[in-house]
Design a protein around this ligand. Sequence first.
Ligand SMILES: [Zn+2]
Length: 458
Amino acid sequence: MLDAYLKNGELFLREMGIQEINEETVKEHYLLPLREMVVNLVPVDSESDAIAVLRAFGFSLPKSDSKVKILQALTGEKASSGVCSICGRKTKVVSNKSYIFPFERKVDSVVNEGNRLHFCMEHAFKLYSAMAYLYTVPIRKSQTGDWLALRFFFDAPEEQLLEMNRVFHDFWADRLEIEEKRGKRTSYSVKVRLELSKYHPNEAFFAILHSFVKHLRDVDMLEETEKLAESVDVHVFHGAGQFYGYRTLRGSTFERLIRFIDSIQRAGRATRWGDRHLQSLDSAVVMFYESLGIPRGKRDRSKDYLERERFFEGLLSGNFDFVLLNRIFMERVRHDLPLPPYYYTWAHSYLEAFGGGVVDLKTFEQVNGLGYSLGKKMKGTNLERYQWELFRARGFEEFLNKLVELQAKLEESLDLRPIYENEREWKVVKAILLNGMLNALHGADRKPAPDNSREGGE
Ligand SMILES: [Zn+2]
C-alpha cells in the first residue's frame, strides 16, 4: 500500500515536470500537491495556507501552528542520519509526518520510536506529493473530536492510473466544497456534495460511486471508465486521526460496482419523494438507500444506520447480504415503516453484475417469485402472521414445515423445489422468500411511487 501511494506521488511530480528532487526544488514546489488536493478552490500560497488546508482535511498535526513546519520536515533541515524505509539507503532521513505518509498506524509506531517510518528527502517528497491524488470525505466528528473521514486513492499501471486520476479529478472538482470559517486564524470546512446521506464510511464510499457514475454519464465517459476500472484497485481508509480501518477494492469489483450502479440508475423514474424531487437517475438509488434505516429513538442518528453500513460493507466487496436486508425489512415492518422501494431492481441488477454469490440469479428469481405469490394470497387474511412464524423458524426443517403448513392452509401447492435444492443455503433462501413475501404484503400500496411493476419477478 505504501508502494501504491508512492506511485501516485511520483506520477504527480512527473505530471508537473519535476524531475530532480533537492532542497531547492522541494522549496519551490512543495505547495503544488496541496493546490491539487483542494482543486484550486482556495489559495495555497504560503506555509500557513498549507497548514489551514491540512487541518481542514483532517490530517493530524500539533495543536499549535508554530509547531507545524512542513517545509522544514520535508527538506530535512533537522534530519538525522538513518535508513530510509523505502530505498534502504543509509543517509540523512526525516521522520514520517501525517502529511508525508498519512497511513502509518499509531499501533505500529507507538511501541518503539525506532520502528517508525523514516525517509530520505527524495522519498519523503514523493510520498508527500501523493496527497495530490488522495481523496478525502469528512463524515462526522468522532467522540474524540477528530473528524471521522473516508480517504481513498487509486492504484493501477501507470498509464491507467494517470487516466483514472484525471477522470476522477474532474468529478471531484465539481463536488468538493471548501468554505472559509470565521476566526482568528484562517480555517476551512470541507464538504463533498452528494445525493445520498452518509453517517458511516462504507455508505460514504457508495454515495460517491453513485454520484461518480452520474458524472461519467454526463461527460460521456461511462463505458470507457468501466473498462478502465477493471485494472484499477482502490485503497480505502476510514477512521479518525491515526486510527483507521483499511481495505482494498480490486479492479474487478470496482468495474462491477460501476456497472451495477449504472443499471439501477437507469431503472429509476423521476418522482416526488417526500419533499424531494428525484430525477430518474437518482430515484431507484436514493429511495432504496434512504429506506434502510431502523429508528432507535436516540439523538445520534448514525445509530439508525448501523445495519445499512454493514449492508454496504458487504455490497462493496461483492456480497449482497439478503439475510441482513431481511432483518432490516422485518424491523421496518415492526415499526410500521415502508419497505425500501426498488428492492427487486437492486437485487436483480447486483446478481447480474456480480454473477451471483451464494445464490444465482435464477434461484433468486424463483424464490422471490414464490414468496411474492404466497404473500399475495396471504394478504388480508389471518395467515399474515406466517411472515413472523417463518422469520422465527430455526433450522431448515422447521422452516420447511412452516412453509408446507402455510401452503396447506392456503389450499395451494406451489413448487417448492428451489427451496429443497438450496438446503445448504437455507438461511439466504429463507431471507429471499420473506423479502418477496413482505413486498407483496406491505410493498405495493405503501410505496411513495409505484415501482412495483417488476417486484414479483414473475
Ligand atoms: Zn529513500
